[in-house]
Design a protein. Sequence first.
Length: 239
Amino acid sequence: MLVLRTCVVAARKPIERQEARRLRSEQGTPLKQIAARLGVSVSTTHLWTKDIELTPEQYQAQGRRRAREGDELHRAGCMLYWAEGAKDRNTVVFVNSDRPMVEYFVRFLRESLGVTSAEITVRLNVYLTNGLTLREVEDHWLWALGLPRSSLRKHTINHAPTSSSGQRRDKLPYGVCAIRVKRSTRLVQHIYGAIQEYAGFDERRWLDGPPRKRRSEPAEELSSPSGTKTTSRRQRGAR
């Protein structure tokens, strides 16, 4: 019934539909703002504009506008991502071992950006030499973040770290947690735009993607007086 009513409204308001599409395609205006301006529901606005794909520049513009609203959780979440998040062009990735920090970032995703639990995945980089099983480590993070086990992805399991004396160093008993949001170009570019607005600078690389690493040349093997092979200082410097 709701879908039928939405379709009827869409058919009866061709002028509003045209304006909604213009606002969305030319200015990247959020759906809620379009709906409020035109006096229609968000669902109707979505129906009119769902085929329009915004550019990274438009997503960044949305982030800049949001930054001007003075939302403290939004500001803190964006600054946290600036410090600790991966600077990928198309994906939100946040990695840390501090549970309260990761909890706060997930709260930011949910409350400020509208991310659902189904969109979040979790990978762990963990040592299993601290008296905890992998299941216990997983449950520690899932409980803290309010996520189901279906959020888990393949983990990295490491051997016990040791010092130069050979003694075990049982640090980070719950490992490092990597949060990733599926299909998140819109979100990460929103965050980048907000960061630039909050901090007052422009960073073109966040639109173009990170710079590609130059492929290093194969190391030149030299023979030392003892007969063992070493890598030349010139090649080490190139690395």
